[in-house]
Design a protein around this ligand. Structure first.
Ligand SMILES: NC(=O)c1ccc[n+]([C@@H]2O[C@H](COP(=O)([O-])OP(=O)(O)OC[C@H]3O[C@@H](n4cnc5c(N)ncnc54)[C@H](OP(=O)(O)O)[C@@H]3O)[C@@H](O)[C@H]2O)c1
Length: 313
């Protein structure tokens, strides 16, 4: 089968469009024939070796952590799925989804609602579920709370703005001028154009801040947080780990690092909100699988407005 692999960590040039053995479903696993696979910032972070602690030194590696497709094979003991069903899935970094087939535990898989295109389904597992878990599980969002989404026009931000609105919050989105209309259309109550105005110059406080853009920390955000406010970080860094520790002991304002976990109920909540039309999926660009290098280069510009996909079949 054709796959996007790396044989070493490095720049986009280490991505290879290559032949790999088709996976076989083990007990409790399914093999999915991929329709669309997403390219997330996590993919080029893996490619660069920034997540070596998790991804190790074994090559070749197939990249990709989410995709949609059709069940090709079910392993022993699988009870929830049958061959031919339309599904989508998220997985860890061990063997990826940028491939004609991939295998995954059945618990990581969800059925597509009839009306959902494969493109949308490949776009929701990572950013949708991460945004939901940031707001609900870790942020403790309640109706009327004030939420700031820093980086409101990216894959994660687009989901966070909409989910915070569905959950009854007042939402402020931070984005550049070219994305003001987009973020407004998602339902944001307030907008800050970071090219025109400094977020820190405002006299306004938030109960939850989701820092998708990645430039906030405990020190610079204290003034932006309410007394028991929480700054949610979505990328691992030493500063974040230190801020999380310090704030857990010395401050009523907290910093928390959140990494998306596969929790089936959370996947279902996102899927249901999309199915009833409350949550919009925005796909920015679609590349062919063999053009994965271009997709990585585009993602690395940090200018995407929604999801970047690979068309696999
Ligand atoms: N922890 C988790 O589970 C998890 C899950 C998903 C994603 N993430 C992380 O979250 C981050 C965002 O992911 P993503 O998929 O949303 O990325 P993305 O789609 O590539 O984000 C691009 C967006 O960021 C905006 N942006 C860039 N610089 C900005 C700034 N200084 N202020 C405000 N907005 C800015 C851009 O808008 P402009 O062009 O208008 O600047 C663009 O719309 C990544 O680091 C990713 O690894 C973590």
């Amino acid at each position: 089968m054709k796959s996007i692999i790396i044989n070493k960590y490095g720049g986009p040039e280490v991505l290879e469009y290559s032949e790999m053995p088709k996976p076989v479903a083990g007990p409790g696993e399914v093999v999915i024939k991929t329709k669309f696979a997403a390219v997330n910032p996590a993919d080029w972070k893996v490619r660069k070796g920034r997540l070596k602690i998790i991804t190790g030194k074994k090559f070749p590696k197939i990249l990709g952590i989410e995709a949609s497709g059709i069940i090709e094979e079910v392993g022993e003991g699988v009870t929830s799925f049958m061959v031919g069903q339309h599904v989508y899935a998220a997985k860890d970094y061990t063997t990826g989804t940028n491939s004609e087939y991939f295998k995954v535990p059945e618990n990581n898989v969800l059925l597509l609602p009839e009306s959902m295109p494969f493109e949308d389904a490949a776009s929701i597992a990572v950013t949708g579920v991460a945004a939901y878990q940031c707001l609900l599980l870790h942020g403790g969002i309640e109706e009327g709370m004030k939420v700031l989404v820093n980086g409101a026009s990216g894959g994660l931000g687009i989901m966070a703005v909409q989910i915070a609105k569905i959950l009854g919050a007042e939402v402020t989105g931070v984005c550049s001028s070219r994305n003001i209309d987009l973020v407004k259309s998602l339902g944001a109550d307030r907008l800050i154009d970071y090219t025109e105005k400094n977020l820190f110059d405002e006299d306004y406080q938030y109960d939850i801040i989701i820092d998708s853009a990645g430039n906030l920390n405990l020190k610079n955000s204290k003034k932006l947080l309410t007394k028991k406010g929480i700054l949610i970080k979505v990328n691992i860094s030493l500063l974040t780990v230190r801020d999380q520790f310090i704030s857990s002991i010395f401050s009523s304002k907290k910093v928390k690092l959140v990494l998306m976990k596969v929790i089936k109920e959370d996947f279902q909540w996102i899927r249901d909100q999309i199915a009833i039309g409350r949550l919009k999926v925005i796909v920015d660009k679609i590349f062919d699988l063999k053009d994965c290098q271009k997709a990585h280069e585009y993602s690395e510009t940090l200018r995407a407005n929604g999801k970047i996909l690979l068309k696999v079949s």
